[in-house]
Design a protein around this ligand. Sequence first.
Ligand SMILES: *Cc1c(COP(=O)(O)O)cnc(C)c1O
Length: 389
Amino acid sequence: MKSFKLTRQEMDEIASRHPTPFMVLSLAKVEENYRFMRKHMPKAGIYYAMKANPEKAVLRKMAALGANFDVASGGEIEMLHELGIDASRMIYANTVKDFQGLETARRVGLRRFTFDDRTEIAKIAAYVPGADVLVRISVANDKALVDLNTKFGTHPEQALELLEAAKQAGLHPIGICFHVGSQSLSTAAYEEALLLCRGLFREAERRGMRLTDLDIGGGFPVPSADGLSVDLAQMMEAINRHAERLFPDVDVWCEPGRYMCGTAVNLVASVIGTKDRADSRWYILDEGIYGAFSGIMYDHWTYPLYCFGKGKKCRSTFAGPSCDGIDVLYKDVMAPRMEIGDRILVSDIGSYAGVSATRFNGFRIAPTLVYEEEVEQASAGLPADREAV
Ligand SMILES: *Cc1c(COP(=O)(O)O)cnc(C)c1O
């Protein structure tokens, strides 16, 4: 599957109507990603982890496609609620919840939660008595870009005790969840975790608890990232096969975040200044590490960069507009010589990027434009005699 990428002509056309920096989101690409996962992992229900990209257009699209949602705060619940998405389609999958989040969950009727410590049980029971709960276990995976098993998850040996304690507090233990870590390049990590859960489900049954749900979390990678080649179809099919074999009678679901929008967004920015240094030509862009490039910092990520200068290639360094020295984006890459006003395009920047942008130094947050709407507007703007072409 190819990432969404604007042509130069499309980029220039959109930039003639909107000042840079801006992001362009392809809803068709989001839909393609969703359908691809549906096709290769038919066993698993999809709960979109909205923290990866909570743009309203994305949420509406996911809702229309039939997805459910993984939420982590009162704010996220509220956003879905305002779009008319029912609480029965949400799982509150932040293992430690704040009181505002619990209150919002109670108000909208959200009844499914994950937890990974005894102290969380009384909190959930106080706000939503009888709620459905899943215990999160930590699993091993050294092939994930982002580790989610140090901060999260109880030791598997404690999992059943925790579910029993939840039951005693009047909650309804329904299952187990895990997350192998984000941008996981390992299928084996899922397979090992599934096996581990199979044992726990069996043991739960022996203790008189019939578990009905298994949540295998997110972690599905953006396949095009930085020299990687992950065969996503093969990965999803292997996970699906294992899940079907080990859990034929269990509701299995996953919580993809990064995968869903990662390849669906481009960023367009402009060169606002240059510095000729002995070892590298520097370009200062109108977007930086405190903006949409925040994923370089928070998400340990680099994004494919496309330059549209006309000049000969030379050693180049790209930096953001802020007054901070860490605001350097690409160091010593080969790029065609560019001048002030030239544009750059960055692809695969749809997840954990714009969402963590800040207003540091007073720069505005790059807006997200919807590609399909822009195309429509562009064609509407053409003279009538060219419309038929
Ligand atoms: C962040 C998160 C996800 C999404 O993870 P990705 O690696 O982006 O797919 C899923 N579930 C939980 C509980 C999360 O915290």
